[in-house]
Design a protein around this ligand. Sequence first.
Ligand SMILES: Cc1cc2nc3c(=O)[nH]c(=O)nc-3n(C[C@H](O)[C@H](O)[C@H](O)COP(=O)(O)OP(=O)(O)OC[C@H]3O[C@@H](n4cnc5c(N)ncnc54)[C@H](O)[C@@H]3O)c2cc1C
Length: 390
Amino acid sequence: MDFALSEEQQMMIETARKVGEAFGPDYWRAKDADKAFPVECWQAVCDSGLAGAMLPEDLGGAGLGMVEVALIIEELCAAGAGATLAQVFMLNPIFGGVSVAKYGTDQMKADWLPKLCTGEMQFCMALTEPDAGTNSLELRTTVVPDGDGWQLNGQKIWITGVPQSHKMLVVTRSTPIDQAPKKTHGISLFMIDTDREGVSHAAIDKLGTNTLPSSQVFFDNVRIEADELIGDLDKGWHQLLDVLNTERIVTTAGLIGAGRLAIRLGVDYAKERRVFGDRPIGSYQSLQFPLAQHWAELEAAKLLNLKAASFFDNGLPFGSESNAAKLIASQATSAVAEQSMQVMGGMGFSKEMHVERLWRDARLFRFAPVSEEMILNYIAMANLGLPRSY
Ligand SMILES: Cc1cc2nc3c(=O)[nH]c(=O)nc-3n(C[C@H](O)[C@H](O)[C@H](O)COP(=O)(O)OP(=O)(O)OC[C@H]3O[C@@H](n4cnc5c(N)ncnc54)[C@H](O)[C@@H]3O)c2cc1C
């Protein structure tokens, strides 16, 4: 087991740090206030070759692995973005990149992946539904055959990045659940144009991650062409899991970066602020210990996440590791953002100090993209061999 980073990995981290620092906390505070997509930052990520890090070289990518992607995202997020920039990676290299690179046709790969790498094309994914929620297999968005293609009807909720995306990965039922031999059968994935006739969307007013709108999406007799199917008809569930499990790795990397940033902001403030005499408040153990505790948790989550990424790169099962890492990282990052706010007293509540944004944004990841309860359910069954409780 070698924990040393290669020269290439160090160079990627250095590139990510430079790009991240060019778009520091002030940039993100302004984007958050304007509820604006970080166009300039994402373009710089693409221009420096980081967006396509794990995509094949002949399609515009760098041909690296998920370990490198995790290291890049952590560094970018630690420089000022917090966890939100990791979401842009989820939308593009994961929802667009993993689905198309692994299960798309050669034509899809050639048409879309080079443009994903350059930033000319953006993606989103529509899985969650108002009635099904966490119980994704009960989703009701349906396709029925229509000539050589399909017709799509249904409704989704909380779909992130819809307005700026060109393509939407839609998760549908192609065989009704009561006619499927088992619940996991009859799910299909399609990559459709976001602005296609019959697709409409409305943004949801929400607490945080303001740079990326999340929307209700409605499909009303939407035409799907024969060549828009991703993977195999009715067998999309297992293909979707590849997308969702890599999404966990990216989420965790962003959370670790956000946690590092929250610690840095809290520590910098605590070293300067004096309230009783000459001693800085950072000399009090009551402020030091929680920050140190969360630093330890974040380091543990990072190691587990890199293990998951390395397993992914080597074709090994990585679901337990990626889920457990995301569980620890989301709790630790939420807690450390909260603690840095506590360290700053009243100033932590001001927009000026940035931790309130990190606190708002980190909170999302305790229940999305997968909730901590569902991760614990998974570990209880897959790792402890306990019966399903629900
Ligand atoms: C800002 C934001 C962005 C999002 N972006 C996207 C996106 O781009 N694409 C997309 O498809 N989805 C997206 N989502 C949806 C997100 O993945 C879901 O919100 C999340 O999976 C939880 O589902 P739910 O909200 O329906 O909660 P519910 O399923 O209603 O669950 C509510 C609570 O009950 C708990 N619970 C449910 N079942 C069990 C059980 N069996 N045992 C124990 N506890 C249980 C859950 O853990 C949770 O705490 C986003 C959500 C948000 C808020």
